[in-house]
Design a protein around this ligand. Structure first.
Ligand code: AMP
Length: 145
């Protein structure tokens, strides 16, 4: 737990939330500023700011909860689809530095578009640049555990 973290406080019950699920490792609650009805956040109980900060073994329970909750959330608000997203790091738009998965119910005509719509300034990657880029990624030093 991190003493100043708003999501740790929600997990501990020190800040109220509209809980939709809890298990040994995971807590899920409605987003207070929903992008759609039923917008749900799924968080690991153990504090970690970002995806790379958690033990990969703990991602099983987190994504199992996302897997179980997504159809329930969608059914509850009669949405046929969902956008499932993590803002990983400040520059990506992460405002709360406690890893969380957004489950945002989606409906035709909700006006949001695909995640591709987030990127109006897309780079042009020429066909012969893909192979060296892939090699750069393969060679990149993995982050320290
Ligand atoms: P992100 O930008 O990915 O860090 O998203 C953080 C999300 O947390 C936002 O969608 C906020 O609306 C939501 N949020 C912040 N504080 C609370 C809270 N006390 N209860 C529920 N949701 C919250």
């Amino acid at each position: 737990m991190s003493p100043d973290c708003v999501f740790c406080k929600i997990v501990k019950g020190e800040i109220p939330s509209h809980k939709v699920h809890e298990d040994a490792a995971t807590f899920a609650f409605l987003d207070i500023h929903p992008l759609a009805r039923g917008h749900t956040l799924v968080v690991p109980k153990r504090h970690a700011a970002r995806l790379q900060d958690v033990d990969p073994k703990s991602l099983g329970p987190l994504f199992a909860a996302v897997h179980a909750l997504t159809p329930r959330v969608c059914k509850a608000v009669k949405a046929p689809a969902a956008t499932i997203a993590i803002n990983d790091g400040r520059e990506s738009g992460q405002e709360v530095p406690h890893l969380h998965v957004h489950i945002v119910p989606r409906t035709a005509g909700d006006g949001a578009g695909p995640i591709h719509a987030l990127f109006p300034k897309r780079p042009t990657v020429k066909p012969d640049e893909f192979a060296p880029l892939a090699e750069q990624v393969r060679q990149a030093i993995p982050p320290a555990p």
